[in-house]
Ligand binder design. Structure first.
Ligand SMILES: NC(=O)c1ccc[n+]([C@@H]2O[C@H](COP(=O)([O-])OP(=O)(O)OC[C@H]3O[C@@H](n4cnc5c(N)ncnc54)[C@H](OP(=O)(O)O)[C@@H]3O)[C@@H](O)[C@H]2O)c1
Length: 310
């Protein structure tokens, strides 16, 4: 397993992180039993993954809590989140945080995020909720503060661009993938200067794991005039990536593309399927995609900031 330093947090983290939300919720959304989901988390840890991301809204914190029993707490980096949908009262934040601790069976969280923040809510969350988070951090129960974007309604990162102007966020979770690379210039450049730890979500999601969905996304991008149809084969849009010295399949290409993007630290992989987890761990040990393939991806999708690959 390859490890890296998560920006200014100094945390040593595996380059693949286990995402316990997304479309699979470690299998809780796709028919896994609790034992099967626990086995996925344990397999990840036994393979060297030390970064685990969950959230109160995923309803997987308790499963993570059970899965990590028996492992040394200090060997793991746990990330969880407070939802920001609707109105949040500061006292509710403290209650939610305490519940997350209990669910996870721990007395501290390495990274606690405000989850799915949109630009319209940012200023009020900053003035009304962040002081409570800082209080909990001062008590030693949160090590670092993070913020995550709500990528589907905010595919051009307007909230995170605003958040970059404040110096309190040690970690940001960003939507980035082959189809929407707009975070490269809008987020990563500035985050690298500020040494903010960057976690990637949506590396694969649906469009890069389901060929039919990929074709629909490409069609949409052609209609929006965000890609030039003459640069792409509509029937097999990313087929050029698969060749002897290139990627084995689109999922392989998608995770490797994100892994070697400058400024990214942990690529989150969300799966409820043990074989997929094994494949994804293996993918992250592979070298970068061939330079000419990466250049072609940058060229085709250089204007895209309207879709997420959902
Ligand atoms: N706003 C936020 O804060 C936010 C939003 C979204 C996600 N997240 C976090 O980011 C994590 C990653 O999210 P993501 O959904 O974007 O993850 P992802 O890893 O990009 O995509 C997950 C999807 O890809 C499929 N998949 C994974 N590996 C595969 C493989 N080898 N072959 C075929 N299909 C494969 C999964 O299905 P299978 O189960 O069948 O493998 C699932 O449908 C989440 O779990 C969550 O922790 C945060």
């Amino acid at each position: 397993m390859e490890y890296t330093t998560l920006g200014r947090t100094g945390l040593k983290v595996s380059v693949i992180g286990l995402g316990c939300g997304g479309p699979s919720r470690i299998g809780q959304a796709t028919g896994n039993s609790e034992e099967e989901s626990i086995a996925i988390v344990r397999h990840g840890i036994n393979s060297g993954i030390n970064f685990i991301d969950t959230a109160e809204i995923y309803r997987t914190e308790k499963i993570v809590g059970k899965a990590i029993e028996g492992f040394k707490r200090e060997d793991l980096v746990l990330s969880t989140k407070k939802s920001t949908w609707g109105t949040i009262r500061p006292d509710k934040v403290i209650k939610s945080f305490e519940k997350s601790l209990k669910n996870l069976g721990t007395d501290y969280v390495d990274i606690y995020h405000l989850h799915g923040v949109i630009l319209q809510d940012y200023d009020s969350l900053y003035s009304e909720v962040v002081p409570s988070l800082l209080e909990i951090r001062d008590q030693g129960k949160i090590r670092f503060l993070g913020i995550t974007e709500r990528f589907n309604p905010d595919p051009d990162h307007s909230m995170l661009q605003r958040a970059l102007q404040d110096d309190i966020w040690d970690v940001m979770m960003v939507g980035f993938n082959i189809l929407n690379q707009s975070a490269r210039e809008r987020i990563f450049l500035s985050a690298m200067e500020k040494k903010i730890g960057i976690l990637i979500m949506f590396a694969v999601r649906l469009a890069l794991s389901r060929p039919k969905r990929l074709k629909q996304c490409i069609e949409e991008l052609i209609q929006n005039k965000q890609i030039n149809p003459s640069t792409i084969d509509k029937e097999d849009p990313l087929g050029f990536l698969i060749h002897d010295n290139g990627a084995e399949n689109i999922v392989d290409a998608a995770y490797r593309f994100c892994h070697y993007e400058p400024g990214t630290h942990v690529i989150l992989s969300g799966t409820g399927n043990l074989n997929h987890l094994k494949e994804n761990i293996n993918i992250m040990q592979k070298p970068p995609l061939p330079k000419k393939d990466v250049l072609k991806l940058k060229e085709i999708f250089k204007n895209v900031d309207s879709i997420t690959g959902q």
